[in-house]
Design a protein around this ligand. Structure first.
Ligand SMILES: O=C(O)CCC(=O)C(=O)O
Ligand SMILES: [Fe+2]
Length: 354
């Protein structure tokens, strides 16, 4: 294998429901070559997941340029609002994980990151508490019962106008895209229909997360890091970011680990896989380390959408991954089964400084 210094570009079009495609594309898609195009996509996705765990996904048959620009601009306009307004929807007002985090409140490996952010999650995974049961012995400063992490409601900004409507649409779009990528990955692993349906049943009520992140440039001369190196912990990360080169960096494994830049490409988003795929495949598909060092003078906005398993999904080594690894002579290592929601709870508790 030659040194990997750039990421492959993959077209998910043959896996997207035709009703979700942009009108001008629908007429171009012929049923006849769909099967052939699926094969091509599945092979490319398998190689990308196995060799680096990161790739570009073409989305220009699915999202217009104005959909893409608008999502980032809404983030930018929100971060431009006065601090008091942003802090009125801070994490502490909900369940400690949904809402706004001010600059340096995010922590990676014990070090504060140089960004602000706004986090949204799928609805609470817990059944509603009955009003007659005292829900908790503790209350927060507003006298309301203290919520367990993930138990609260999302806090949507009131300004800029349309933020919620537009970004909820983005969530719906990303869920469809995430499922299409999962299907391509299932084919790439050589799953049969029953195996794909079983995998699909573990993500069909995805406990998704959407983050809107704002990165001020790192101070002049600082050798700091905007977002410390980490693996993502779920299934798939679908990242849309401002077209600023060099900021997002990926640890390419071959021939020896070295950082490469994932420069944004027009009409594409960047996808990487998280730790759940590492468990599903026994490490055949690695969750790759990445980081952000944002030094350019402009404020950078990114919107990672995490397409995750269902809260209750039990994630363990897949037979298809065993077969694929044997076929390719790759060694894999079975990891302990996890229930996704429990795994997530263990992770979110260390993410913020309150
Ligand atoms: O902002 C970015 O480009 C990446 C953010 C990221 O890696 C994350 O939120 O997990
Ligand atoms: Fe990440």
């Amino acid at each position: 294998m030659s040194e990997i210094n750039s990421l492959p570009i993959i077209d998910p079009l043959p896996y997207l429901p035709s009703s979700s495609l942009l009108p001008h594309v629908i007429s171009e898609v012929s049923e006849i070559d769909l099967a052939e195009r699926r094969k091509e996509t599945a092979v490319k996705i398998h190689e990308a997941c196995r060799d680096i765990g990161f790739f570009y996904l073409r989305v220009d048959s699915y999202l217009t340029k104005s959909d893409m620009d608008q999502a980032l601009d809404l983030g930018r306009e929100f971060f431009d609002r006065p601090n008091g307004e942003k802090e009125s929807i801070s994490l502490e007002n909900s369940d400690g994980v949904r809402g706004y985090q001010k600059l340096h409140q995010n922590v990676t490996q014990g070090k504060a990151d140089h960004h602000e952010g706004l986090d949204f999650y799928a609805p609470s995974p817990y059944s509603p508490r009955s009003p007659s049961t005292p829900s908790s012995s503790t209350s927060n400063s507003n006298g309301n019962p203290r919520l367990r992490p993930l138990e609260g409601h999302n806090q949507w900004p009131i300004r800029p106008e349309d933020f919620q409507v537009k970004l909820e649409k983005w969530v719906e779009k990303m869920k469809i895209l995430g499922n299409a990528v999962m299907h391509a990955m299932a084919d790439g692993l050589g799953m049969n229909q029953d195996e794909w349906e079983e995998l699909d049943g573990m993500v069909d009520n995805s406990f998704w997360v959407m983050r809107v992140i704002g990165y001020p440039p790192l101070p002049e001369g600082a050798d700091g890091i905007s977002c410390g190196e980490h693996k993502d912990y779920g299934c798939l990360t679908l990242l849309h970011a401002d077209p600023i080169p060099n900021s997002l960096q990926v640890l390419s494994p071959f021939p020896s680990p070295h950082w490469i830049a994932a420069h944004p490409i027009d009409g594409c988003i960047v996808v990487n896989i998280g730790e759940m795929w590492e468990i599903w495949t026994g490490g055949l598909y690695p969750a790759t380390l990445h980081r952000v060092i944002h030094k350019s003078p402009t404020y950078r906005v990114s919107i990672p959408f995490f397409y995750e398993p269902n809260f209750k999904a039990k994630v363990k080594l897949l037979d298809a991954a065993k077969r694929k690894a044997a076929e390719e002579g790759k060694e894999i290592k079975e990891k302990e089964q996890v229930e996704y929601g429990q795994f997530l709870l263990g992770k979110v508790s260390g993410n913020f400084k309150y």
